[in-house]
Design a protein. Structure first.
Length: 312
């Protein structure tokens, strides 16, 4: 069965980086992002250690958002990774406000495809190189020139339906979008109205059409301005019987802890990449090797499932 998914992408912020490479000359962020010499890892790591820490913005949740910093810091001692976690709306708002105020806080971001496109249109993304890009097929890369990419997708998050096994049982359990029209589910369905819910509605419109979405109104669906994680908690507590706006990763974590829920894939398989913002080209007092090294590390499949791109 096809599944609705969000493919996550990572990219790096664009700074003026006075890092020193084999040439002995300071490099701009564009030069550093494209740097492909034998001492690349050394240049990035030495520069990152001088900076001391990086700020990672992500829409990841359910474990990887807290695990990734631990793995990164173990691989690169002396470089701390701080994390800000928010949904797509919160991230794009924060990133663009920082850029407008010239307060360049974020180094690396992993989020959804629409944000990357906005950042690209605002010229906040810079093409970059990573040796780990060879691990990925061409169709998941947003290519630039000279063998560089704007971003590449390497993680997929699946959105489907979670139901409370105490409240919904037997023939009432939905197995696809059409089953949401079952009379047994009337008044028991809840939607998150954040970007997670918007993607599900878009999937329904694509796979079932506008007439189907209109029919759903008769099911007395409740709308909640909460995250996918929060809507799942409402299903677990029994406040909702089912919700088709729940991530598989969240469900797995909750089921492992004994929550009375099950997760069902829905109809549509839909890839959506995500990425990182970048900073304007200008001299800055502190170099940001952290931006590039963190992006490259997160592209490494032995490190963590994420996607990478360099911001400009």
């Amino acid at each position: 069965m096809k599944r609705l998914l969000i493919a996550m992408t990572l990219t790096v912020l664009h700074w003026q980086l006075p890092a020193i490479a084999q040439t002995g000359k300071p490099m701009t962020v564009a030069e550093l992002a494209a740097y492909n010499k034998p001492d690349r890892e050394k240049v990035l790591y030495e520069g990152a250690k001088k900076e001391g820490k990086l700020m990672w913005y992500t829409s990841l949740t359910g474990g990887p958002n807290t695990d990734a910093p631990k793995v990164f810091e173990a691989k690169y001692p002396g470089v701390a990774m701080e994390v800000y976690r928010g949904d797509s709306d919160a991230l794009i708002s924060r990133i663009t406000q920082e850029a407008q105020a010239k307060r360049y806080i974020v180094d690396t971001i992993e989020t959804t495809f629409p944000i990357l496109k906005v950042l690209q249109e605002l010229k906040l993304l810079a093409p970059y190189f990573s040796p780990h890009l060879a691990q990925y097929p061409d169709d998941v890369k947003e290519k630039s020139s000279q063998g560089l990419v704007h971003w590449a997708t390497d993680r997929e998050s699946y959105i489907g339906l979670a139901y409370n096994t105490n409240a919904v049982q037997g023939a009432a359990v939905p197995k696809n979008y059409e089953d949401l029209l079952k009379t047994e589910l009337k008044g028991k369905i809840g939607f998150a109205t954040t970007d997670t819910g918007a993607r599900v509605i878009a999937a329904m419109l694509t796979s079932k059409g506008a007439e189907f979405v209109q029919k759903l109104k008769s099911q007395q669906i409740s709308l909640h301005s909460v995250s996918g994680r929060a809507i799942l908690d409402m299903v677990i507590s029994g406040e909702l019987g089912v919700s088709p706006t729940v991530f598989l990763s969240h469900s797995r974590v909750s089921i492992s802890k004994g929550a009375p829920i099950k997760w069902v894939p829905m109809d549509l398989y839909r890839p959506t990449p995500a990425g990182l913002p970048s900073r304007p080209t200008r001299p800055i007092p502190t170099p940001r090797c952290c931006s590039v090294i963190s992006c490259s590390a997160l592209m490494d499949r032995s490190f963590s499932p994420s996607t990478a791109s360099t911001a400009q």
